[in-house]
Design a protein around this ligand. Structure first.
Ligand code: MG
Length: 159
């Protein structure tokens, strides 16, 4: 590879009881889930924005409008695969990605390996190039009060 681009992404979703919680492409057993037009996988949404940002291709809302019936309830893994298609058709490929999820509960540690495996499979890179980290916010702010989930992602692309 001789050329590289880096992008960052950020997303937040509000949490509500009795919704499914999808993060990093996997379903996580939880009393709360994300309120969303899609499946609410806020980690994948931030990752999509990082990939798009690396190539200055706008953001996920531009490509997949949340007022479109086409994307209602959609599996965010499909959105990620489509974003990856935009990346690849321009001759780029992911080198590595790094994701930080802020969520007060449930604890995500038991699910990190599953998220990394899932995302690596979609991105077509090895798991050692897919970092997923999780933190609480020590009960501070909207994340700490259990009102939302916040995610930051960075992606490096090469060609
Ligand atoms: Mg989102």
């Amino acid at each position: 590879m001789e050329d590289f681009r880096i992008g960052q992404g950020y997303d937040v979703h509000a949490l509500a009881p009795q919704l499914p919680l999808w993060l990093g492409g996997i379903r996580i057993d939880s009393p709360v889930g994300c309120i969303a037009h899609s499946d609410g996988d806020v980690a994948i949404h931030a990752l999509c924005d990082a990939l798009l940002g690396a190539l200055a291709l706008g953001d996920i809302g531009h490509h997949f409008p949340d007022n479109s019936d086409e994307f209602k309830g959609i599996d965010s893994k499909i959105l990620l695969a489509r974003v990856l298609g935009l990346v690849r058709e321009r001759g780029w490929q992911p080198v590595n990605v790094d994701i930080t999820i802020a969520l007060q509960r449930p604890k995500l540690a038991p699910h990190i390996a599953g998220m990394r495996a899932c995302l690596a499979g979609i991105l077509g890179i090895s798991e050692d190039r897919v970092s997923v980290k999780a933190t609480t916010t020590e009960k501070l702010g909207f994340v700490g009060r259990g009102e939302g989930c916040e995610v930051w992602a960075v992606a490096l692309l090469g060609k």
